[in-house]
Design a protein around this ligand. Structure first.
Ligand code: UD1
Length: 430
């Protein structure tokens, strides 16, 4: 099994370019099947979750063509099946976007219940509520979500919890419903705006994405378009925090600085320098970073997907920091691993209390999920000595060429598959 080996202690320096947003891509790729015309999507990140989504789309008969690196063409005319099944589909949570897309276009969808990262209970009641409000019959049986309707009719839908997935899913189905839909208490994440912009580029009529009230006037059909996905705010944030934690100096390019404001604010608060440019941010880490408190919240609050990486930054900051996880209840699984690396962290319910230590030390650890895995990589870059990270397929779900990008910043990290390769790495970096 592939793993990362890291020799820590090297401040990251240089420039790194950020790819397209995985979470936007998953929604956009699903939405691309809603027209019979060809859709060209640029800046598609080449990560495992995206490949699974493309496999699922091909699996129901759509044509998928990689034009060149990171550009994909999809044509949904040849779709012959509204049943999305198979082991691979259960591996990504976002396979549920195919319900909204298929239901909108064909008024029928059957999709295997989603998997994804095990970061806590992840109900889909709000998705179901939205589809039912539009007039669909929605059942969960035999491990599948089955939705069908003779016609979809626009409605006023109030979400009980702010859900990214439900907002996007309902938006897609409503884009091809009859009449007007209003989604209240909608999520406001940048990728919701991106999916909405994409649907509008295909001829949909969606207004208000990025605010908590989204108004959709259904259209009978959508058409082909060419669209470029926004930069990945979480990949960008991960490099920002890696720069901060290692005391480095990194220019993170091809980003939208506005999407990173919650992260920038925290880095400045703990003592880093952050410079903003039109499409880049430069993070300069400092010695003796200060402690702080974080509470994860829906956008524009501090993102839950950056919580583990922030914990690593704070693990060696001066003083005591408190992190409150308010979105997912099982997102502290990396803490045991960080403690093995010398971190002083206690978890009580949805709160982690971090007492900053002088240094972390390398150890053999396992990535428990995607973002926690990325956080452990940052910990390895900070730690004295060697860190081996197993289960890196989680990390590969959401980061394109993570090891290569870190290497370009001077990190000593390698993907290895055998003891021999580990020994070779140790010989090279010692
Ligand atoms: C998306 C992101 C994920 C991110 C999360 C929060 C994708 C593919 N994944 O996940 O990386 O961590 O947003 O920013 O975009 N909830 C319900 N009922 C529902 C749906 C959600 O109670 O029907 C709850 C969840 O349990 C959670 C909260 O709402 O506590 C937010 O979840 P949601 O925004 O839906 O997350 P995802 O879309 O699954």
């Amino acid at each position: 099994m592939e793993q990362y080996i890291i020799k820590g202690g090297q401040p990251l320096k240089g420039e790194v370019s950020i790819g397209g947003a995985k979470n936007a891509a998953l929604g956009i790729l699903a939405a691309a099947i809603m027209t019979d015309e060809t859709v060209t999507i640029e800046n598609v990140p080449d990560v495992r979750d995206v490949r699974v989504m493309l496999q699922a789309i091909e699996g129901i008969g759509a044509k998928v063509k990689y034009v060149y690196n990171n550009t994909v063409q999809i044509n949904g005319k040849s779709i012959s099946d509204v049943r999305v099944d198979g082991e691979y589909v259960k591996r990504i949570r976002a396979s549920y976007y195919l319900i909204g897309a298929l239901l909108g276009k064909y008024k029928k969808a059957e999709v295997a219940l989603p998997g994804g990262c095990n970061i806590g209970t992840r109900p889909i009641d709000q998705h179901k509520k939205g589809f039912e409000a539009l007039g669909a019959d929605v059942r969960i049986e035999y491990g599948m979500i089955k939705a069908s309707a003779s016609r979809l009719k626009g409605r006023h839908i109030y979400l009980d919890v702010v859900s990214v997935g439900a907002t996007i899913n309902i938006m897609m189905a409503a884009a091809m419903a009859e009449g007007k839909t209003i989604i209240e208490n909608a999520a406001k994440e940048p990728h919701i705006v991106d999916v909405s912009n994409f649907l509008n580029a295909m001829g949909a009529n969606i207004k208000g994405a990025g605010t908590d009230v989204i108004r959709i006037t259904g259209v009978p059909r959508l058409h082909g378009t060419t669209y470029s996905i926004i930069p990945d705010q979480i990949e960008a944030g991960t490099f920002m925090f890696a720069a901060a934690a290692t005391g480095g100096d990194v220019m993170i390019k091809d980003v939208i600085p506005k999407h990173l404001e919650a992260l920038t604010a925290k880095l400045v608060e703990i003592g880093c320098d952050v410079e903003e440019f039109d499409d880049a941010v430069r993070v300069i880490g400092k010695k003796n970073l200060k402690s702080t408190n974080i509470k994860t919240l829906p956008y524009p609050g501090f993102p839950t997907d950056m919580q583990p990486q922030m914990a690593v930054v704070l693990a060696t900051a001066r003083g005591t920091s408190v992190i409150t996880e308010s979105i997912f209840e099982n997102r502290f699984k990396y803490v045991d691993e960080l403690v093995r690396m010398g971190g002083n962290i206690k978890v009580e319910g949805n709160v982690a209390i971090i007492d900053g230590v002088e240094r972390l030390t390398g150890a053999s650890v396992c990535a428990p999920d995607l973002r926690a895995g990325a956080a452990l990589v940052i910990a390895g870059l900070v730690a004295d000595g060697y860190t081996q990270i197993e289960d890196i397929y989680y990390i590969q779900r959401g980061y394109e060429a993570f090891d290569k990008k870190l290497q370009s910043l001077g990190a000593r990290i390698e993907t290895v598959d055998s003891d021999k390769e580990i020994q070779k790495f140790k010989m090279q970096v010692c």
